[in-house]
Design a protein around this ligand. Structure first.
Ligand code: HEM
Length: 418
């Protein structure tokens, strides 16, 4: 592509992940990094950034990069003002597959894979359609709806509760706990109370899942949770802590990200009326719908970065990341790399290689919930397009969340027309 020649090792392209304009639209800044400084030391994050598609994909598979970013953080904070809360959160979260390297990751993931089967996801299709119908039933012609609160937020939470077998009347609690935990895991930039709030939520969640799992053990069925309970890996069962943590991980991971796929997706479609029209016309064509969802995931999906810790010195583009430093794989930048995606800044629901995006990561940690998230979007968008002839933004979307790792809004007011 001839772009290697443009790298200047001493150059530093300004990119402030906390700046308001970056939070609203990170893509121009990421494009500058990708073109001019593909291995970038960011003084604000105190982390290396990789932004090119090939580098990000290779990074996901590189054994010198560890997914265990919680333990070093907890160690560093142990004696700080929030040390107790962080220690408690870290202890639990150290059982999450996503924060473990092989061989422990292989053990945790293997057991989750056995429980989280395609069949257990596919049977939810009709149930998802019913939930979608219920959520939009009372939207009248010309109503102003906060699409985030009224649709994108409740749908995944309700679906994941269905998948895990948690009673629907508990969904509000689960959402509240999950949001509080997100302040810790998805690293809010601005909330000073985040550790206290997250630790309190986790205590309640632990107690809740303890009871819930006990009850399912007595009266097992066909749910993912039952699969987790009975899963064995050459006799290597999940411990009680791992089991609770794996349920909480599924609940948590299956939740906010999918909300963002739905809201960012509708937002992108509203801003591209030709694409919205194409989607509407082809909403019954399953193949078209699948590709459209892949493109929405690529174009403005819920993943910004996947953080890693450098376990062994890592050299790339003439720079060296030292063991112990942080390195972030920028999924959102890879997804708009012109070396892979033609005219990458354009939303094109018919893009032939849309599914090469890395929104679900890559390698051993590839998102276990990808089929479920896609199923929800594949069901939701055609129904929305069937019931409503037009969606209008009430104002430009400005309530973007301040997370480092995920991209989404906290509200999306739209007007809907029958
Ligand atoms: C892992 C994104 C939905 C459960 C991941 C990773 C990404 C991701 C990027 C890899 C993280 C890393 O390598 O550090 C997404 C997006 C979603 C979504 C964008 C929605 C559009 C879901 C759902 C579930 C789920 C619905 C569960 C029901 C998980 C789990 C992992 C994971 C358990 C850890 C896998 C492992 O470490 O082996 N997800 N996810 N995700 N995701 Fe998702």
């Amino acid at each position: 592509m001839g772009r290697q020649g443009r790298i200047a090792h001493t150059m530093s392209v300004d990119f402030n992940p906390n700046a308001a304009e970056t939070i609203v639209d990170p893509y121009p800044g990421l494009a500058r990094l990708r073109a001019d400084e593909p291995m970038h030391w960011n003084p604000v994050s105190r982390a290396w950034y990789l932004t090119r598609y090939d580098d990000v994909r290779a990074g996901f598979r590189d054994k010198r990069l560890s997914a265990d970013r919680i333990r070093p953080f907890v160690e560093a904070q142990r004696d700080g003002p929030d040390g107790e809360e962080i220690g408690f959160l870290g202890e639990h979260i150290s059982h999450w597959a996503v924060f473990n390297d092989p061989p422990r990751h292989t053990h945790l993931r293997g057991l989750m894979n056995k429980a989280f089967t395609t069949r257990r996801v596919e049977v939810l299709r009709a149930g998802v359609a019913e939930i979608v119908d219920g959520l939009i039933a009372d939207w009248a012609d010309g109503d102003e709806i906060d699409f985030h609160h009224r649709f994108a937020y409740p749908l995944p939470a309700t679906v994941i509760a269905l998948l895990l077998g948690v009673p629907q009347e508990d969904v509000d609690h689960l959402k509240r706990w999950s949001d509080a935990l997100a302040q810790f895991v998805l690293t809010s930039k601005t909330n000073p109370e985040k550790y206290r709030v997250a630790a309190a939520a986790l205590k309640e969640m632990n107690a809740y899942f303890g009871d819930f799992l006990e009850q399912r053990r007595r009266d097992p069925g066909e749910l993912v949770t039952d699969g987790l309970i009975s899963a064995t890996d050459e006799g290597d069962r999940l411990t009680a802590d791992e089991l609770t943590a794996s349920c909480i991980l599924l609940l948590f991971a299956g939740h906010e990200t999918t909300t963002q796929l739905l809201a960012n997706g509708l937002h992108a479609l509203i801003r591209h009326p030709d694409q919205m029209a194409d989607f509407r016309e082809n909403r019954h064509d399953a193949k078209f719908v699948k590709n459209a969802v892949e493109e929405l995931l690529r174009f403005d999906g819920p993943s910004l970065t996947s953080p890693r810790i450098v376990a062994k010195d890592f050299e790339l583009h003439g720079q060296v990341a030292k063991a112990g430093q942080r390195l972030w794989l920028w999924n959102a930048a890879a997804n708009r790399d012109p070396a892979v995606f033609e005219d990458p800044e354009r939303l094109n629901l018919r893009r032939p290689n849309a599914d090469r995006h890395v929104t679900f990561g890559f390698g051993v940690h590839f998102c276990i919930g990808a089929p479920l998230a896609k199923l929800e979007a594949e069901v939701a968008f055609p129904i929305l397009l069937e019931r409503f002839s037009r969606f209008e933004l009430v104002k430009p979307a400005q309530d973007w969340s301040d997370s480092y790792v995920s991209r989404g809004m906290t509200s999306l007011p739209v007007r809907v027309y029958r």
